[in-house]
Design a protein. Structure first.
Length: 156
């Protein structure tokens, strides 16, 4: 299975919203993630940390420290959108992984409903990043000569 990922950044000049169209060759799909999605995920991470602290977790607990680490990595990434997409694919490579993760947190945090709700919201955001797909950039048909030239280039 190929892990090749092709990235193309598109900036909308009217509202300066950065959007990345990401092609994942292993699934054969394009996905779109935006700065808005990144901000929602950071907000969900922060909300999860606050609720965890209120629920009795210490600031040195793995849950709190792991979520802080994700916030810092998103904020310092060269491309926060790409990093969020990477984490989303790592967490939820398929539907079964999402279902298993949700079942696991429901069991682990069944007595901490507020924290469970925040974690489910966070995971849903990440999962939706893996599911957002579009037809991708338009493809241009090439002539037979162009195809042969490209093949010659690749074989050289």
């Amino acid at each position: 299975m190929s892990s090749y990922t092709e990235l193309a950044s598109i900036v909308n000049s009217t509202d300066s919203t950065s959007v990345e169209v990401i092609y994942d060759a292993s699934s054969g799909q394009f996905a779109i993630a935006s700065n808005e999605t990144v901000h929602k995920i950071i907000r969900a991470l922060k909300d999860t940390i606050v609720v965890a602290l209120v629920s009795g977790f210490s600031k040195t607990s793995y849950l709190v420290q792991d979520h802080v680490k994700y916030i810092k990595r998103i904020q310092t990434a060269n491309s926060p959108v790409s990093y969020v997409k990477f984490v989303a694919r790592k967490l939820f490579p398929d539907n079964a992984a999402y279902t298993a993760k949700i079942a696991k947190i429901r069991e682990s945090y069944k007595n901490k409903q507020a924290l469970l709700d925040k974690l489910e919201t966070l995971f849903e955001l990440y999962y939706n990043v893996t599911k957002d797909s579009s037809t991708g950039p338009p493809k241009r048909a090439i002539t037979k000569n162009e195809a042969e030239n490209t093949l010659a280039e690749l074989l050289a």
